[in-house]
Design a protein around this ligand. Structure first.
Ligand code: NCD
Length: 319
């Protein structure tokens, strides 16, 4: 896994571990330029002649559509492939490595965006691939582009990126977005305070907590949101990841553990935000959407800008 080192050109994007603070700054600057393209509604031809393939082995709405739109807004040819787990030769037993090489040959792809249920899929794919891979969510461990758009959202909404008090709420065991975001926040905010709020059986893996503590992050764990809500700057809510439960009864036990509604949000600060990578399945009541602090719909739009920026930075060599 190559470090970015301020040079994204031709590199695969697999994990937040590849980035430095400076790299994140470069992405944000580029994303701001991308916002202008969208606001002016002027499609660019920066990526004309490039072929961007999307290989999705797991369901997706936001990540899939925003990558597709990002490539199209920049003028690339797009080959969006959903349902890879059911309709591709994976069903016949083809390896991911062979599929990656195949897709490159059959489409003349310049870049492949991959979503896959295996934790190491993006790494495996990048080793097999002739072209860069962007990890659009791998297993239970990483979702780097989501973390970058989440951090971009925090910066835009709160107008600051340090001394943050952040709650990760819900499924901290199987969720991948909060793991990538935790990595990113612990890199950029030396005074970060993290409150990990989850049912006992869905706790954040100890190995990650240890790493973040080593970086100086203050971390506390609880099952009760009301113990920490009043001092929170960012309340990051997640869905309980039903698909990873072997026993559906176990899922039922924890599915309704938390509900963010008008009553909950009353106890939060005036200047804070509620985020969610979405989809939500009951953990945020729709009545919460009216509150200005509900940032989850604005958060999605940032995904378009960040993904446009990443496509540009990886495909176009810096002059
Ligand atoms: C997330 C994912 O796929 O990990 N969705 C997304 O990309 N916005 C979160 C989830 O599915 O719960």
């Amino acid at each position: 896994m190559k470090k970015i080192n301020a040079d994204f050109f031709n590199k695969s994007l697999i994990s937040i571990d590849q980035f430095s603070k400076k790299d994140i700054g470069i992405i944000f600057k580029t994303a701001e330029k991308m916002e202008k393209i969208i606001n002016k509604k002027q499609q660019s031809n920066l990526l004309k002649g490039f072929v961007v393939v999307q290989l999705f082995y797991q369901p997706s709405t936001r990540t899939f559509t925003s990558f597709l739109a990002a490539a199209k807004w920049l003028g690339a040819m797009t080959i969006p492939l959903h349902g890879m787990a059911s309709y591709s030769s994976a069903v016949k037993g083809e390896s991911l490595a062979d599929t990656i090489r195949t897709v490159h040959q059959t489409t003349a792809a310049d870049l492949i965006v991959l979503r896959h249920p295996d934790d190491n899929s993006a790494q495996t794919a990048s080793r097999a691939s002739y072209v860069p891979i962007i990890n659009a969510g791998s297993g239970k461990k990483e979702h780097p582009t989501q973390a970058i758009l989440d951090f971009y959202t925090i910066k835009k909404e709160l107008k600051r990126t340090t001394n943050l008090k952040v709650v990760f709420l819900g499924d901290l065991k199987y969720g991948r977005t909060i793991k990538s975001l935790g990595k990113l926040l612990s890199l950029v905010d030396k005074n970060l305070e993290l409150f990990l709020v989850s049912p006992k059986i869905l706790k954040m893996p100890q190995s990650l907590i240890k790493k973040w503590r080593k970086r100086g992050v203050k971390i506390s764990q609880t099952e009760k949101l009301n113990q920490v809500l009043a001092k929170t700057d960012v309340l990051y809510v997640t869905r309980v990841q039903k698909e990873w439960f072997k026993n559906k009864k176990e899922y039922q036990k924890v599915a309704g553990s938390y509900l963010i509604d008008k009553k909950t949000i009353k106890k939060a600060k005036r200047k804070m935000i509620v985020m969610h990578p979405l989809p939500r399945v009951g953990e945020i009541a729709p009545e919460t959407d009216q509150d200005q602090r509900a940032a989850y719909f604005r958060q999605m739009r940032n995904g378009l800008y960040i993904r446009m920026a990443l496509l540009k930075l990886i495909l176009i060599k810096k002059q």
